[in-house]
Design a protein around this ligand. Structure first.
Ligand code: TPP
Ligand code: MG
Length: 332
């Protein structure tokens, strides 16, 4: 704790990474509300400390798998904002040439094995990446982010069982934001903590305040060390909350109490970290404004880049996919 609290460059990076996610997603909301963004996106607003704390504990060679709510993981891993925004706006300069959208951002150069629209599907992929790293003796670790609802999927149990038995270098990061779409996790799960399940596999299960970026970083760093030493996987449960609805078209208010939402907004990971840093004299208000302006510029540039890019041609619709039928055959 002391070591990183003294390193102001590192703390500035944590702050900027969280702010980048928040402001990027605010822009996504604006573009969607103005009818400029096609489809939907699942926002990470309120959960930024999880992705930023964990990804900053990794090295460049490590692997990450993400979810349908993936903007935060991808940005924290250093993805290119221009290519991200272009992808979300369906432009050919995007990560998947505009054909994947928000839920399919992938960047192999950053060890990002993909956001994923299938709940819990990233869990066995990260487990396989961990197996590969162990087999190749590379000392890489593999991290999977997944939600509370995903922890009730068979993939979770099968993957952790295998990783525990074979001591694979995998970190299982559960983002417990209390809901799977509209379903309250407390109504469909009989254990108070998802991390408690770790004992069934004889691995460490850690619970952390998912809105405290320093706490998340520290716990992730220990899990990474353990994995690199060949001691096997860790399950980390980050207690957090999504401020918005399940996706952009869901107001998120019908199935959740307003009081609960407001209490969590008080625990804003960015505001609280900023206040702490100012109180500790790590940064001044002026420096914070400089950081904010830097990030706004990046996001404005990304938006301009995306809006100035063209859409893919109709003739490209069947390129880059496993499906091999010709367009005319599909419509027969
Ligand atoms: C295998 C599968 N089943 C169901 C869905 C529909 N679905 C999309 S998101 C979601 C809930 C996910 O909740 P959680 O894992 O807690 O993640 P969160 O959305 O809260 O981040 C469901 C059921 C899906 N995409 N994939
Ligand atoms: Mg959830």
């Amino acid at each position: 704790m002391l070591k990183i609290l003294r390193d102001s460059d590192f703390l500035a990076k944590l702050f900027k990474d969280m702010l980048k996610i928040r402001l990027f997603e605010n822009k996504v909301v604006e573009l969607y509300s103005n009818g400029i963004m096609p489809g939907l996106a699942h926002l990470y607003i309120g959960e930024e400390a999880v992705a930023v704390g964990v990804c900053n504990a990794l090295s460049e060679q490590d692997y990450v798998t993400s979810t349908h709510r993936g903007h935060g993981h991808v940005i924290a891993r250093g993805a290119d904002l221009n290519k991200m925004m272009a992808e979300i706006l369906g432009r050919r300069t995007g990560y998947c040439k505009g054909k994947g959208g928000s839920m399919h951002i992938i960047d192999m150069t950053k060890g990002l094995l993909g956001a994923n629209g299938i709940v819990a599907a990233g869990i066995p992929i990260a487990t396989g990446a961990g197996y590969s790293a162990k087999y190749r003796k590379t000392k890489q670790v593999s991290v999977v982010f997944f939600g509370d609802a995903a922890s009730n999927h068979g993939n979770f149990h099968e993957s952790i069982n295998m990783a525990a038995a074979w001591k694979l270098p995998v970190i299982y990061v559960c983002e417990n934001n209390l809901y799977g779409i509209s379903v309250d996790i407390r109504k469909v799960t009989n254990t108070e903590n998802i991390a408690d399940r770790a004992c069934a596999y004889n691995i460490p299960g850690q619970i952390v305040d998912g809105n405290d970026v320093v706490a998340v970083f520290e716990i992730a760093q220990k899990a990474v060390e353990r994995a690199r030493q060949g001691l096997g996987p860790t399950l980390i449960e980050c207690k957090t909350y999504r401020w918005k609805g399940h996706h952009l078209a869901d107001p998120g208010t019908i199935y959740r109490a307003e009081k609960e939402r407001k209490e969590w907004i008080q625990k804003c990971p960015i505001k609280n970290f900023k206040e702490r840093m100012i109180k500790n004299n790590t940064f001044s208000e002026k420096e914070i404004i400089i950081f904010e302006n830097e990030i706004k510029e990046l996001i404005d540039n990304a938006t301009e880049f995306a809006l100035n890019s063209s859409y893919p041609e109709k003739s490209e619709a069947y390129e880059d996919i496993y499906f091999s039928a010709k367009e005319e055959e599909v419509y027969l």
